[in-house]
Design a protein around this ligand. Sequence first.
Ligand SMILES: Cc1cc2nc3c(=O)[nH]c(=O)nc-3n(C[C@H](O)[C@H](O)[C@H](O)COP(=O)(O)O)c2cc1C
Length: 313
Amino acid sequence: MKNISLAVSIGSLKLENPILVASGTFGYAKDVEGLNSENGAFSLSELGGILPKTITKLPRDGNPPPRTCETTAGLLNAIGLDNDGLEEFVRLKMPYLRSIGTKIIVSIAGRTAEEYAEMAAVLNDVEGVDALELNISCPNVAHGTDFGKNPTECERLVRGVRKACSLPFFTKLTPNVGDITVCAKAAEQGGSDAVSLINTVLGMAIDWKKCRPRLGNVMGGLSGPAVKPIALRMVYQTAKAVSIPIVGIGGIETVDDVMEFLVAGASAVEIGTANFYSPTCTQKILSALPSAVAHFNTTDIQDIIGRLHREMA
Ligand SMILES: Cc1cc2nc3c(=O)[nH]c(=O)nc-3n(C[C@H](O)[C@H](O)[C@H](O)COP(=O)(O)O)c2cc1C
């Protein structure tokens, strides 16, 4: 279908289309190159953007195995931010990422607010980094969600990053709170260009015959189709609470899922677990998206964002 504009903006970040891939589910892109294309007809450059696996300032080993476990309609993971650290990322992963030709949104996690700002300042000067996502919501490392649960700390952290860099950035929120809009407002107040939600939902699986947890870390983060209604509800609530753009994440696999998130108020979406069990889903979504947008007799995807709220008003 021709003449449908899929372009969206998040702060100063201009995306050709709103289909991004979620941190931790796409490696550093080279790892999945080719896998996400049916008949070689799709290139990574066609994605709206790529979020590589979260990096930390220093290398981390991650959690003991088993690190993943399938559950009904979902996946539990407790990887524990296993990564080679900021310096190796810039040296070894960025050259390929910047060659792809789509937006690269680097996901970072620090141990302190100051460390987030320090990492943001370094990445600000790295060629090919288009934006950042502050992961303040990892349930699988000690204190990983501290900043995502405390609005005062969240705002302070975001303010520090805002001062340290001129890149646009999203703040990625945890669903493991009573009211996600509290931290969404704090992130907005601190100067975040967008909030992204949700990270995984804290869960657990047990092998009762062995009488032990199925994950080495005991608990882990649930993702996949099982969490979609939770994510959708949180995007809907957050859209009522903040004026900055929202990036919707959680159980998205099809164009219908994407449209649900857009009408609920998301300006863009990130595809996560579906990359594992349906690796060509982003290609399928992108080919079906223009006609889904045309359903509303518009040629601009921007008209879809938050439409549910306007219909319900
Ligand atoms: C195996 C695995 C690893 C993940 N690692 C990260 C990570 O490093 N950083 C992050 O912000 N989110 C991470 N996530 C969370 C996803 O980015 C996403 O927020 C979550 O899985 C919900 O989306 P989904 O249901 O589409 O997977 C990970 C998820 C999975 C399944």
